[in-house]
Design a protein around this ligand. Structure first.
Ligand code: SF4
Length: 408
């Protein structure tokens, strides 16, 4: 199955909150004359909600009244200073952006009290998360799976379509109880052994590793889906390998090109022009209506096995389904979307505005990068194709995915 969504834990996974948590805990401890804690002390006490953090920070014989008083003082100090020393882990903003551009929906699930969790998410990741759940009255805390199941229900995804990313044994247990793949993050508050013991399915050492892991899982799902739909599937780890492969398939043939930043970036036209009969309107040539091979890219590939393209003149989408004996669709890994809906959304909301800007079109999307469903005379979204299986008139239809970000 493709991955449609991810759940992030907050403290120790998205955000390094230890500095502000430690300051707030010490405000309460100082007020009552108790020994102060270091960040390392607090690190070993977090993960089960703020009440547990306070209980673990006080002497063992502290009664309930003392815990209640310190909890109130902690919360007051924390509410006032929760975004002073807190910061996203290095690399995490890149991960969030990569997931967003891949059409993967994101949610946050934390044992921190709900109001603070929401404030932190809104402050550091405004508009990125589909929903945020902190600790809420009447809802059991992690590792109980209730909140995880609620997230899945709201996002409309099944357990095998979502990843749970966290840094603690509590997170791993939560994921396993909900039947979700558990990803253990090593940059947070716990070590590899405790994450594995708690059931982590994968361990990642740096935030950026999450992008590679997602791509690997998505590629696997996409390969099976495209092959099931009758396409040939090829993966090339690098752009150079992809260019060599395309050139090897096209030598001596009559080749038409669709307008494509990806193909232009690969330099296959230049490599082929002395070895094949190449025609590309971008390079001053003619627009070939039929031939042996049509080379193009797509605006998106769905991990459920469809290609999606938007076109203005519609020459590219026409030739990709009719007139040629074979078609090769070459796409960077960034164009892989979890399903057809998100692939269509990617084509319209990411690819089209970037292309409108590149072409200096007088459209609202060229100004602010967002689709306004315009009726501009220069609108570039005139038709959209979804190729669900190789057209009957073609003998070969191949999807070539490159393990690098290419094109729009
Ligand atoms: S419909 Fe208009 S605003 Fe939307 S992406 Fe296409 S050209 Fe841009």
């Amino acid at each position: 199955m493709s991955i449609k969504a991810v759940i992030f834990d907050l403290d120790g996974t998205l955000l390094d909150t230890l500095g502000d948590l430690t300051s707030a805990v010490n405000t309460a401890l100082r007020h009552h004359g108790f020994p102060l804690l270091t960040e390392e002390d607090v690190c070993s006490r977090v993960g089960n909600g703020v009440r547990k953090l306070i209980e673990r920070s006080l002497p063992k014989n502290a009664g309930k009244a003392m815990v209640d008083a310190c909890l109130a003082e902690f919360q007051s100090a924390y509410d006032e200073h929760l975004v002073e020393r807190t910061h996203p882990y290095q690399g995490m903003p890149v991960v969030i952006e990569a997931f967003r551009r891949r059409g993967v929906r994101m949610a946050v699930l934390s044992n921190k009290y709900h109001a603070a969790a929401c404030r932190l998410v809104n402050h550091y990741f405004p508009g990125d998360m589909a929903l945020t759940f902190g600790e809420r009255p009447g809802v059991p805390r992690k590792p109980d799976p209730t909140s995880t199941q609620e997230v899945m229900s709201v996002l409309g995804v099944q357990p095998d379509e979502i990843l749970y990313i966290g840094d603690s044994d509590v997170d791993m247990q939560t994921a396993k109880k909900a039947g979700v793949t558990a990803i253990g993050a090593l940059w947070g508050f716990r070590d590899r052994a405790s994450l594995l013991e708690a059931g982590a399915d994968h361990i990642v050492e740096r935030p950026e590793d999450l992008i590679q892991l997602l791509d690997r899982l998505q590629l696997d799902a996409a390969m099976h889906a495209f092959e099931r739909n009758g396409f040939t599937w090829t993966f090339c780890a690098t752009a150079a390998q992809a260019a060599d492969y395309i050139v090897s398939q096209c030598k001596g043939k009559k080749i038409g090109f669709g307008g494509s930043m990806t193909l232009d970036g690969l330099g296959v036209y230049e490599q082929l022009k002395d070895q094949a009969d190449v025609h590309w309107h971008w390079k001053g040539g003619d627009q070939l209506p039929k031939g042996d091979v049509f080379l193009t890219s797509a605006n998106a590939l769905s991990a459920t096995g469809e290609t999606v393209n938007i076109d203005g003149a519609c020459n590219r989408i026409a030739a990709s389904v009719h007139g040629f004996d074979a078609c090769y669709v070459v796409c960077g890994i960034n164009k892989l979307a979890p399903d057809l809906t998100s692939a269509m959304r990617r084509a319209r909301e990411i690819a089209a505005p970037l292309n409108a800007k590149r072409l200096n079109k007088r459209t609202p999307c060229a100004v602010d990068g967002k689709c306004h469903d315009c009726r501009s005379p220069e609108r570039i979204c005139r038709a959209m194709t979804v190729v669900m299986a190789p057209p009957t008139g073609m003998s070969h239809y191949e999807i070539v995915v490159v393990g690098e970000e290419l094109g729009y």
